[in-house]
Design a protein around this ligand. Structure first.
Ligand code: ADP
Ligand code: ZN
Length: 544
């Protein structure tokens, strides 16, 4: 796809320079554009800041009709439209909370003889709920003026991801109604299973896939224990490393945001807080002050950040446990977009796991429906992976993050830019074959129907309600690992998944339409291990 002799190549080059002011293309941009211009369905995995917008805005500009962009957040859409209008590209958006007359006007323009819009942004609920919009799209389609359908933040389709939005599930209707129109699905966060989910739900056909390394070499990662004097630690960290520089502190609750901001102000930082329950005017003010460097530090819930485009964020601190590795990677990704060095520090305590677990349960009770049980399981699983990331004090942080995006990262390339690689600790090789065998046998003895966290619970001898409910406390291997450290057992399990001896199977429940993850045994690969022909050695710090 990198060829430079497509019929549109000349136009691309010219407009990239003249209209968008770019000297060249970033990695994969040209390839993605060529693939979508050739009318293929395309799936793009590109880290935040990689330049996804250009891959549909430039094709929209040089195509005759209209490009429809589905995007989840109004603030993000408004920001994009502002930039497009500044570049003299005609664009508009439709959302449910717009004045009805205004919506009518936009729909009228769409069906006018020669619609002037190059891009029309819509929120997913518009597609799910507005017949008027679908009629206009059919009309455009009939007149051959529907060029392309772009699904931004496509991971929102998948319940398996960390940011599921129900309205995204109805987007499959677009491919059904307009089978000949190329779809371009974009995301900065998707594991292999999320990708499968997205491709399936959107009905993409023979889709061309682009993915690039998610490693961000200029970010430094570390995990610190979160103690009672966490605020003092944060204050000191910022003063020592990033005083008067710009940063984000992610907090779990609204109260935490306010408390953390206040404490930092008292210690002489220019800090403010930002969360969903604030007065909208106040929120806009805070965001503006931050953009203009009048405040340095924003203490925010994860609501802050999607679509934030500040290039010089020098640190991202997690004051509590993130809810998933994907979410964590994306939140950290807001640092150092200018390519200069930035720090990502996570303050971890196991009690935050319990707190979040409680919040998830509470959410489930509030919005209880047929899916909630499964959704809770998925969220818990994601959270537990985050716990195991934090508890791992051996492996390269980059390696641990990237493996979730299906990327095998060589820790040597980290060059000691994460806490674990930096420690340079004495490691010893340990034969964990017995543990590995036990885990594989356990997966078999629970009939390959349970999750990784459940297997670990049984192995370590848990007597939780669920363990008892399924009678797993009576299995011969129940408690076989009660003298093995939890971190160690979970590392071995993780390793088995990485080596494809165990397979994390995404199971779709046809009845509920939801997904969950279950461990299965890859018989072929497991055979040698169980037959004693394969040993597994892992490295651990000397003390364990
Ligand atoms: P993403 O949506 O992948 O997070 P954006 O599309 O918002 O990324 O692009 C991030 C930044 O990179 C924007 O400021 C954009 O103008 C800039 N950018 C994108 N493509 C190029 C390019 N080819 N050359 C220079 N800058 C670019
Ligand atoms: Zn490392």
């Amino acid at each position: 796809w990198s060829k430079k002799d497509f019929p549109w190549t000349k136009k691309l080059e010219v407009n990239n320079k003249k209209v968008f002011g770019n000297h060249s293309f970033r990695p994969n941009q040209r390839e993605i554009i060529n693939a979508t211009m050739s009318r293929n369905d395309v799936f793009v995995l590109m880290p935040t800041g990689g330049g996804k917008s250009l891959t549909y805005q430039l094709p929209a500009l040089i195509s005759p009709g209209v490009t429809i962009v589905i995007s989840p957040l109004i603030s993000l859409i408004q920001d994009q439209i502002m930039h497009l209008l500044q570049a003299n590209i005609s664009a508009a958006y439709l959302s449910a909370n717009m004045e009805w007359t205004q919506q009518q006007e936009i729909l009228r323009e769409l069906c006018s003889g020669r619609c002037s819009y190059k891009l029309l942004y819509v929120t997913p609920e518009k597609v799910a709920k507005s017949d008027a919009l679908l009629r206009q799209l059919e009309n455009l389609y009939a007149r051959e003026l529907l060029d392309r359908i772009v699904i931004d933040e496509a991971h929102c389709v998948s319940q398996w991801g960390h940011d599921f939005r129900p309205d995204y599930q109805s987007l499959g209707i677009l491919k059904q109604k307009f089978p000949k129109i190329p779809v371009l699905a974009l995301t900065a966060t998707a594991t292999a299973s999320v990708k499968e989910d997205v491709v399936q739900a959107l009905g993409l056909v023979d889709c061309v896939i682009f993915r690039q390394s998610f490693n961000r070499p200029n970010l430094r990662y570390s995990v610190m224990p979160k103690t009672k004097k966490c605020m003092e630690d944060i204050d000191k960290f910022i003063k020592d490393n990033h005083f008067d520089e710009c940063g984000i502190i992610y907090c779990l609750s609204r109260k935490d945001c306010e408390r953390v901001a206040e404490t930092l102000q008292e210690s002489g930082h220019k800090a403010a807080f930002y969360h969903a329950n604030m007065d909208p005017d106040k929120r806009v003010t805070v965001q503006k002050m931050w953009s203009k460097d009048e405040t340095n530090i924003i203490c925010a819930t994860v609501a802050f950040g999607m679509g934030i485009n500040k290039p010089d964020v020098r640190f991202v601190i997690h004051h509590s446990l993130p809810k998933s590795i994907e979410g964590y990677h994306q939140e950290c990704g807001r640092a150092g977009r200018d390519g200069h060095r930035a720090s990502c520090v996570l303050y971890y305590s196991y009690s935050d796991y319990i707190r979040i677990k409680h919040m998830l349960l509470h959410d489930m009770e509030q919005n209880s429906n047929a899916n909630s049980g499964r959704v809770l399981e998925t969220n818990t699983e994601n959270l537990l992976r985050m716990v195991s990331y934090c508890e791992n004090d051996v492996d390269c942080r980059r390696f641990l993050q990237l493996i979730h995006f299906g990327e095998k990262f060589d820790p040597v390339k980290c060059k000691k830019t994460c806490d674990n690689c930096f420690k340079d600790q004495n490691l010893i090789d340990k034969d964990v074959t017995e543990i590995a065998k036990h885990l594989v046998e356990l997966v078999k003895s629970v009939k390959q129907r349970f999750s990784a966290s459940h297997i670990l619970e049984v192995y370590r001898g848990s007597l939780s309600q669920i363990v008892k409910k399924y009678g797993h406390n009576t299995l011969s291997l129940h408690g076989a690992g009660n003298s093995v450290a939890k971190g160690e057992a979970s590392r071995v399990l993780h390793h088995l998944v990485v080596e494809e001896i165990l397979i994390e199977d995404v199971k779709r429940n046809e009845y509920y339409g939801s997904v969950s993850s279950i461990l299965k045994v890859n018989e072929k690969k497991a055979f040698n291990l169980l037959a004693g022909r394969h040993t597994i050695i892992l490295r651990f710090p000397c003390s364990t």
